[in-house]
Write a protein that binds this ligand. Sequence first.
Ligand SMILES: [Fe+2]
Ligand SMILES: [Fe+2]
Length: 474
Amino acid sequence: MSINYSERIPNNVDLASNKSLQRALEHWQPEYLNWWGEMGPEESQHMEIYLRTAVSVDAKGWANFGYVKMPDYRWGIFLAERDPNRKVNFGAHKGEGAWQEVPGEYRSTLRRLIVTQGDTEPASVEQQRHLGLTCPSQYDLRNLFQVNVEEGRHLWAMVYLLHAYFGRDGREEAEALLERRSGDANNPRILGAFNEKTPDWLAFFMFTFFTDRDGKYQLCSLAESGFDPLARTCRFMLTEEAHHMFVGESGVGRVIQRTCDVMNQLKTDDVERIRAAGVIDLPTIQRYLNFHFSVTMDLFGSDVSSNAATFYTNGLKGRFDETKRSDDHVLAGQTYPVLEIQGDKLAVVNAPALNALNEQLRDDYVKDAVAGIDRWNRIIEKAGVPARLHAPHKAFNRKIGPLSASKIDPDGHVVSEADWTHRHRAWLPTEEDRAFVASLMGRVTEPGRFANWIAPPARGINNQPVEFEYVRFN
Ligand SMILES: [Fe+2]
Ligand SMILES: [Fe+2]
């Protein structure tokens, strides 16, 4: 299953054998490049960047490193290999052969799922487009651009499905994916978190840790889909998503490392002194964490959702690790605990498991995110600093679902509006926090040099040294 790079659109789906599909995608390609030019990374057209490009979809062959100018990046269409024996593994169609075509009755639901996933990919590129101007190092700049080109490719993946399986509606949706704009009041991206700003590098690292991890959980659920082309597309995307989360986790980890080093040098935990030394104090890191965590919680959707039940029962979207679970994969009559606001308290109530699938995916995600926060805490612990970071309660600062009806603090207590007003500045980044972090953002472009507020990584990319020339500025 190697990828044919001699074609205008590199692919492993034998695009040449389907001329009308090939023509449709070749028509979309220049529109995509226009979008990249307008909304992709700022002032990056002439830089040569040490990027990886997929060369095949098997375990070892898919990462090939070399210098590329981003507009010349070979975006293409790569699906994981087909398993001819694959079945629909859950829901009412459990046991049927996996679908190679879209079942007519599920067409619009499936299209909506694909469009919603696809919309997040260009959105994050738009959110991150200014960051290159304030990169803390060449190494980090390269990682940012790697994430960006791969999100571009994820858009291609979804657009391929729309073009190949959804006819004219699919082509129209593919165009609309290039027309919406992150944060645009009139024509926003579909999901809330993807209309927030990513104004600085701490926000970027938090975003790739928390929000790309939501991507992982959504893709894992879609990789279980009975619609086989969607499952195969998502399985390949997951290999790339892992790097995005690495960028986030190691990025925040390096910020924490640097802060702890300075705290030890100065023998202080005084926020003003720490800030005066040009590093980001741990309480500010905690507030950024709270913000990105809570915004990402909302991406999983309403706690109790009949849509989630429909997606599952129809075999379109499974659970995380669906095929590794040892239950009946139908879930009829089963229950799952969800939270409800009762008076001035959160209460646990049992909902039908099928309707609580969003909540279950959110819980699976929280476990994974908390494990990552624990790894950050080990850095703090090793430095001998007594502070710790914490995941806020999953009900904190929610904007959708029934939990958004009340104000809930990071410990999961329902608080009054007045309480929230008085105390939210301790919980979420303030204007001052953001202005302070922004004031640290400079632009460091010399190989091997790093901005003062972040520690260098332990090692470079693809076994290259940390001081390697990851970006050639032409
Ligand atoms: Fe993505
Ligand atoms: Fe990603």
